[in-house]
Design a protein around this ligand. Sequence first.
Ligand SMILES: [Zn+2]
Length: 166
Amino acid sequence: MAVLEILKYPDPRLKDVAAEVSGFNASLWALVRDLEETMRAGPGGVGIAAPQVGHLQRIVIVDVSSKPKIKQHGRLVLINPEILEWEGMGKGREGCMSVPDYTGNVIRAKTIKLRAQDEQGEKHVYDMEGFEARAVQHEIDHLDGLLFLDRLVSRRNDLFARKAYK
Ligand SMILES: [Zn+2]
């Protein structure tokens, strides 16, 4: 197991599109373990995507269970995730381990229906809402080379410098 180095904006590798995962094997599981350890080592880490550590594969981990009062599924390993349905729009503040010096307001769907494979390749469908749905949309953006900075409502009014990542 290892804590991997997080690529930081404006690293050009964060703009690349990640490839589908086809091998559900020991090398995938090792990468998932390292990704999870890296996410948990980071401050405020509720999600991570493989491209953030330089692996261009469609792998996301999300765990918003540190916020117990919201509807959520706990720890999720999402391989080849795909949003099937979106509903509602809401603006919310986001941060990112790859953009440590800023937070920003981004509009996301309030509820989503998500299909993803687990570490064994098994397909699951999840109905998600609120903060969990936002976290998943944020992480899937990383698979497509997008950062929250690309989705700011307004650069002037919706980008905030932060002194320390909390
Ligand atoms: Zn991020």
